[in-house]
Design a protein around this ligand. Sequence first.
Ligand SMILES: [Zn+2]
Ligand SMILES: [Zn+2]
Length: 244
Amino acid sequence: MDFFFPKTCVVCKKAGEYICTNCFSKISYNVKPICAVCNNLSMNGITHPKCFTRYSIDACFSAVVFNFQVRKIVYALKYKPFLSDLISEVSDLFYEVFIQNEMLFNISQKYNPVLIPIPLSSSKMRQRGYNQSELLAKNLSKRLGLQTVNLLIRTKETKPQFGLSKIERKENMKDAFGINNRYIQYFYHPEQREGSRQNNKLNSAFLVDDVLTTGSTLLEAANVLKRNGFKRVYGLCFAREQNF
Ligand SMILES: [Zn+2]
Ligand SMILES: [Zn+2]
């Protein structure tokens, strides 16, 4: 395939690689850890005790800063699915940053969480034919030895979050997610499943998304999971917008 489609950098178009050395060097890992509820700084992205309620997300983590280079990379993930090497490069990067976070790494070992991608709206899924967050989740879960399950579905069409205020984003995402009926037996008939280790699987989740802005999408998704019996829900995002 390389013969017909020579690789070019998805950021600067230079020939050779999907992310050239120069553009790669401009990726920043200096992501400010913030609480998803109040958007203020918080150690490890853990939801502040004062912000935490019964169905809140426990913590949110992002690997890289959503800067000019990362914006181009995320765009390519969304619209150029044939670049499977790019997905795997991005997932490698995601994984490398992830395993350096001691808290998350310990959670992944101790609680055997499932990775749950944030689903696309059905109109976007029809347009694009795939969900980039699902591809990231699947690649990441493979590297972590965990499972990806499409446990969430979109239950309403939402407006694009771009350009909305924090309050409007929250309102826009309200009731946007539901549980995929195919997996409902995991919640209500745990005795039918094999082995105790498997029973623990759906206690903990990593919600996977490509870009984190105010956190309203993750908060809403976590709310649905916790209402359905999850004990721990953490957000894993590839990139984080620092200015909005
Ligand atoms: Zn480049
Ligand atoms: Zn807070």
